[in-house]
Write a protein that binds this ligand. Structure first.
Ligand code: GKR
Ligand code: MG
Length: 423
């Protein structure tokens, strides 16, 4: 289907004060919503990062893509490559979202439009998007309870505090897990670590094990622990971990931790493209790759990655950043097409507010820990234009233009710096 018009709309939605290795989430997360309209009037949807450097590329793509056929993903890639080559290369920041790194400009712009192109094609054909990916091998995709240490409220948000409350100790983190599990039925638990004292974080994971003995557990310090700390704590974690996610920086560091502990290591930080995949294989750095179609280069490259993981006997699952329902459905469609999906995927979705979804009908249900695919065409969701306008107005009303969790943390702790690793 020939493309008539493209719209890229930056939005901002509330994000709770979640702690991580870099600092703390800002009061708003940024995304871009992409609409690709065909000559038949059908609109394909996409969702991606909303940080300024990414947004610049997405907006620069609007004109070169008009007139292309939504089938023509090779031409899409070519035009992304040409456009990025013409733009100035942004500086790298302190990203926890690898997708916003300058080296990912092509991969994430391609991905953002690939989803929307596939959605347009599938809607035009009247089939679910997953059918363009070879069809579903499962009807629903499992996600995990993604726990964060957090403050009770933001220092600088005009909104009242979120309903989750503070989570800094064992009792509070168990309560957070209980709410998440009771509300969404998650069966696996991931604890975002690298924020507080590592021994305290391990004590919290042990408290989770006690409270939810059946749930597979993961801990993710986002590479904020030294090799030494990672190995020492593995001694206490070994028996209760399903996998150890990015304990320490670098492919070499991860390989050393794996050699010393024998634990399965997962990553969304050291294997973020096929070149790193190759180097990781040579070093034995990771045993599970957490894919993210937003920066791996789309839904079809995620399938290629899954095949590579199968070939080399690695596990595969999915990483997430703060996102809304269009991304959740794109993740769900691709995960439903991956035969060897080995673990429940990550999602930040429960952290987003019910009145800030951009799709018709509000937030998508997560039931029994899963998101279910329907037989509706494309991604199976429609854009709510009033909500889009509201969240775009919110974007225009704030001054955040790139995610910076360290800058936000300095509002609480002016001396905050980010040595890597911190512990
Ligand atoms: O949202 O604070 C966060 C996470 O730390 C995120 O930025 C990471 O990219 O969720 C991610 C992860 O698994 O590393
Ligand atoms: Mg991670």
């Amino acid at each position: 289907m020939k493309i008539k018009t493209i719209r890229v709309t930056p939005i901002a939605f509330r994000d709770p004060p979640l702690l991580n290795a870099s600092g703390i989430h800002e009061p708003y997360a940024l995304r871009s919503i992409i609409e690709v309209e065909g000559e038949n009037g059908v609109v394909g949807l996409g969702e991606s990062y909303g940080d300024a450097p990414v947004l610049e590329v997405l907006q620069a793509m609007v004109e070169p893509l008009v007139g292309l056929d939504s089938w023509d993903l090779n031409a899409l890639r070519e035009r992304v490559v040409q456009t990025v080559a013409r733009l100035p290369r942004p500086e790298a920041g302190a990203e926890l979202a690898p997708g916003s790194h300058p080296s990912k400009q092509v991969a994430n712009a391609y991905s953002a439009f690939e989803v929307a192109f596939l959605d347009l094609t599938a809607r035009t054909l009247g089939i679910p998007l997953v059918d363009l990916l070879g069809g579903r091998v499962r009807d629903k995709v499992p996600y995990s309870a993604y726990l964060f240490f957090k403050y009770a409220e933001h220092i600088d948000s005009p909104y009242p505090p979120d309903a989750w409350g503070e989570a800094l100790n064992e009792e509070q983190i168990v309560a957070q897990a209980r709410t998440m599990i009771e509300t969404y039925g998650f069966e696996s638990i991931k604890l975002k670590a690298g924020a507080l004292d590592p021994d305290h974080e391990v004590a919290c994971l042990n408290a989770l094990k006690k409270a939810f003995p059946e749930a597979p557990l993961r801990i993710d310090p986002n590479a904020n622990w030294s090799v030494e700390t990672s190995i020492r704590l593995a001694g206490e974690l070994g028996d209760i971990l399903q996998y150890y996610e990015d304990p320490t920086p670098g492919l070499e560091g991860m390989a050393e931790v794996h050699r010393a502990t024998g634990l399965p290591l997962a990553t969304n930080m050291v294997v973020t493209d096929f070149d790193e995949f190759r180097r990781s294989l040579a070093l034995g750095s990771v045993q599970i790759v957490l894919s993210d179609h937003h920066y791996w280069g789309g839904l079809r490259d995620t399938q290629v990655l899954a095949r590579m993981c199968e070939t080399f006997d690695l596990g595969i699952s999915m990483h997430s950043n703060s996102h809304l329902g269009i991304s959740l459905m794109a993740m769900t469609h691709v995960a439903a097409s991956v035969r060897n999906l080995s673990y429940a995927c990550d999602t930040h979705y429960p952290w987003q507010e019910a009145d800030e979804e951009v799709i018709v009908g509000g937030k998508l249900p997560i039931v029994g820990g899963c998101v279910e695919l329907t037989d509706k065409p494309g991604l199976g969701v429609e854009l709510d234009h009033d909500q889009l306008a509201k969240l775009h107005a919110q974007f225009l009303s704030i001054d955040i233009r790139s995610r910076d969790d360290a800058r936000q943390m300095r509002k609480y702790k002016p001396e905050w710096t980010n040595p890597k690793p911190r512990f």
